[in-house]
Design a protein around this ligand. Structure first.
Ligand code: GTB
Length: 217
């Protein structure tokens, strides 16, 4: 059965891979699972029909037969569980890949998100100039640690996994901040993720919503 995901009808980044449907698109592309996209407006997201799918009135959601999911991490995990290619077969390697998924969403994303929200909606507050360096230091702590762990490896745990997929999408949220520049290995890691054919298809399809170009498939 072809799953349907939801995505923004209008997106602040105009489809440059930052909204979280990108993670789901990329995961589906990695495993070769075709999918449909239902675009929704901000007001539709808050209506009860959508809240039946997503209690917090957000995107992305995922519908497949009588299964409805929300939370990008849970959706990527579901895709990884049901298809080959996103988590290894070996039980220990699989557990480590899942650990990296949680690390991306629970440990690395929160300080990046806090900084992003501050720059977007708090920049006119009197305390913004004082707070921003604090938030950026918190991001740097995680980047230092992640950079040390990655070293000169291609991926976080041997082969590419859903852990890398989520980590790359999380780090991409620092685009334009300059914060990744001090970490050549992390910049190269993000570029390696973006160079994957599945990433490129997902990115092109999200961008196509806003550029008017036809989706890839
Ligand atoms: N924890 C949830 C998940 O991982 O799925 C968070 C979902 C979420 O934050 N969804 C956002 C949303 O629906 C879109 S991704 N927001 C509308 C609302 O809450 O009312 C966040 C996002 C949106 C746009 C950009 N951008 O354009 O740069 C970047 C990130």
């Amino acid at each position: 059965m072809t799953p349907t995901i939801t995505a923004f009808e209008r997106s602040p980044d105009r489809g440059r891979g930052l909204a979280r449907d990108m993670r789901v698109r990329w995961a589906l592309e990695e495993v070769g699972q075709p999918y449909k996209v239902r675009l929704i407006s901000f007001s539709e997201m808050k209506q009860s029909a959508h809240r039946m799918l997503h209690p917090f009135g957000q995107i992305p959601t995922y519908e497949e037969g009588d299964l409805a999911l929300f939370e990008s991490g849970a959706i990527v995990f579901h895709v990884a569980e049901h298809h080959a290619g996103l988590v290894p077969d070996d039980a220990n390697a699989r557990a480590r890949a899942i650990t990296w998924m949680f690390a991306a969403l629970n440990t690395v994303e929160p300080p990046i998100l806090d900084r992003g929200i501050a720059t977007l909606v708090e920049h006119d507050k009197t305390w913004y100039e004082e707070r921003l360096p604090i938030l950026e230091d918190r991001v740097r702590v995680r980047l230092d640690e992640l950079s040390s762990r990655l070293g000169d490896a291609n991926w976080l745990d041997a082969a590419f996994s859903a852990g890398d997929l989520l980590m790359v999408t999380v780090l991409r949220r620092l685009n334009g901040s300059g914060l990744l520049n001090r970490y050549p290995n992390l910049s190269a890691y993000v570029a390696r993720g973006e160079a994957r054919a599945a990433y490129k298809r997902a990115f092109a399809d999200q961008l196509a919503v806003f550029s008017g170009k036809p989706p890839t498939g």
